[in-house]
Design a binder for this molecule. Structure first.
Ligand code: UP5
Ligand code: MG
Length: 199
């Protein structure tokens, strides 16, 4: 491998499929840096002086996908910052991105020289389980999109826009599917089996 190039795993799956939870476990057990596109967007939304705050806010509440220029800029900056602090950190889990074909095209155009996508870790979980987990979390999360109305839209966007991206990678033999409907420990055991084969 070209050691200057970042090695990326895209982490995809429905809202509440457990992407964030499992990424934390992966970081604890493997040498990855976790970047959640959603977390980066939420941080940018509340950053003083951000010109995108309102736009991000509206998109998240409606379960719509923020224009790729904004998301990729945040991801790129976070990756560069990580590597500036420690140049050995080249392995990244990019969680919740790319969510549609424009996201993917933008990434390819902007990041191709800087990062290789190794595979997609896909958390497979029924819509019902996804919705129930997020509604439950909504009792305390403070997230503006953890309510039934937003979740209907998030699921719609996921089915219409994100599944096709997963299918594209599937055709390239680059999707590693995890059954994500069981308990956290069981899901992580499935994740480990996959990652141990890749490393
Ligand atoms: N939980 C987790 N695993 C469990 C298990 N195995 N059994 C039982 N419970 C489990 O988990 C969700 C909840 O379920 C938690 O309470 C957890 O304890 C429990 P989590 O790990 O947070 O799941 P995750 O898949 O990360 O869910 P999240 O809500 O983060 O998924 P989304 O993909 O919907 O959210 P994200 O933050 O990525 O994006 C939010 C919005 O930002 C998008 O809708 C979109 O508007 C915008 N966005 C973009 O526009 N572009 C991007 O590139 C990214 C985001
Ligand atoms: Mg998440």
């Amino acid at each position: 491998i070209d050691m200057k190039k970042a090695q990326v795993v895209f982490v995809l799956g429905g809202p509440g499929s457990g992407k964030g939870t499992q990424c934390v476990r992966i970081v604890e057990n493997y040498g990855y840096t976790h970047l959640s596109a959603g977390d980066l967007l939420r941080a940018e939304r509340s950053r003083e002086g951000s010109e995108f705050g309102q736009l991000i806010d509206n998109h998240i509440k409606d379960g719509k996908i923020v224009p790729f220029e904004i998301t990729i800029k945040l991801l790129k900056k976070a990756m560069e910052e990580t590597r500036r602090l420690d140049e050995k950190k080249i392995h990244f889990l990019i969680d919740g991105f790319p969510r549609n074909e424009e996201n993917l095209q933008g990434w390819t155009t902007i990041m191709d020289g800087e990062a290789d996508v190794k595979f997609v870790l896909f958390f497979d979980c029924s819509n019902e389980v996804c919705i129930n987990r997020c509604v439950e979390r909504g009792k305390s999360s403070g997230r503006t999109d953890d309510n039934r109305a937003s979740l209907e839209k998030r699921i719609q966007t996921y089915l219409q826009s994100t599944r096709p991206v997963i299918s594209l990678y599937e055709k390239q033999g680059k999707v590693r599917t995890v059954d994500a409907s069981c308990a956290v420990d069981k899901v992580f055991a499935n994740v480990k089996t996959i990652l141990d084969k890749e490393i």
